[in-house]
Design a protein around this ligand. Structure first.
Ligand code: ZN
Length: 276
């Protein structure tokens, strides 16, 4: 039986999970600012637990195993350093793809759109049971343009700069970093003060329209939400708003996966399936 370590390197936290005998065990969560310390800790765990392989889900755009852009990571080189430092096989993928793999495994939909909302917004697409990658980086729904800056009916010209370097992207209005920048507090604190905070933001409508547009493109059986912010969403509220924008015949199930370490678990699936 294989022993696997799954790592989720997100914009705010790094989660590490151990998988063996069909069970996941949460090992640690670190702050992403301490990303350079993680190498040693994981190396230690690999040798103590006699691990066969490591999967890493990372908040970055990856092509052929190379990180080409990581707007939400303090150190884009760190995941690659980790890969090179370990003496077991290491498999790297986008964090939302790892989330999609885990959602697919436990929910079973043959086609699904998986959406993570945390520091940024990520998405993974499963078509016929496999991740759809396009040229490598398909599914960057967080960087779809909202069109706000060109709409004259908003009264003022908004033209926000995204962390990726683009302008007016969905993440500029609806992501952990954008909402924290706008309100001066973390979304966790804002939601603790007002449970409905997230649905009352302007960005929530941009978000639901983007999801509806993606559904019109992909016609998935389900849209599954996760991430540290996304896992707190109410599926019924999301469904009501997304369905407003869908045409007849498009009826994806709207589900929320309440699991903080879903990406790290998906990274275990990535490593296990890559070792076969
Ligand atoms: Zn962007």
């Amino acid at each position: 039986m294989m022993k696997i370590i799954g790592v989720d390197i997100g914009g705010t936290n790094i989660d590490v999970v151990f998988f063996s005998d069909g069970k996941y065990r949460h090992i640690m969560t670190l702050h992403t600012e301490n990303i350079d310390d993680i190498c040693e800790k994981i190396q230690e765990t690999v040798s103590i637990m006699d691990v066969d392989a490591v999967g890493i889900g990372v908040a970055a755009w990856l092509k052929s195993g190379n990180i080409i852009h990581a707007p939400n990571l303090p150190s884009p080189e760190a995941p690659l350093n980790l890969r090179d430092a370990l003496d077991v096989p290491v498999f790297l993928d986008n964090d939302a793809n790892c989330f999609a793999m885990f959602a697919h495994e436990i929910l079973g939909h043959a086609s699904l759109l998986a959406v993570t909302v945390g520091t940024g917004i990520g998405s993974g697409i499963i078509v016929n049971g496999e991740i759809y990658r396009g040229g490598g980086i398909a599914g960057e729904i967080g960087h779809w343009t909202t069109g706000r800056s060109s709409r004259s009916d908003t009264g003022k010209q908004e033209n926000l700069r995204c962390r990726c370097g683009g302008k007016d992207h969905l993440e500029c209005y609806f992501s952990g970093w954008a909402l924290e920048q706008k309100y001066g507090k973390s979304v966790k604190d804002l939601m603790a003060e007002n449970r409905n905070f997230i649905y009352e933001t302007e960005g929530f409508d941009d978000f639901c329209r983007a999801i509806a547009n993606a559904v019109m493109l992909l016609d998935p059986s389900a849209v599954v939400f996760g991430g540290r912010i996304g896992m707190q969403f109410d599926a019924k509220i999301l469904e009501n708003r997304i369905y407003c924008y869908l045409m007849r015949g498009f009826l994806p199930r709207i589900e929320v996966l309440k699991d903080e370490i879903a990406v790290a678990k998906g990274a275990c699936i990535l490593a296990a399936s890559s070792m076969l």
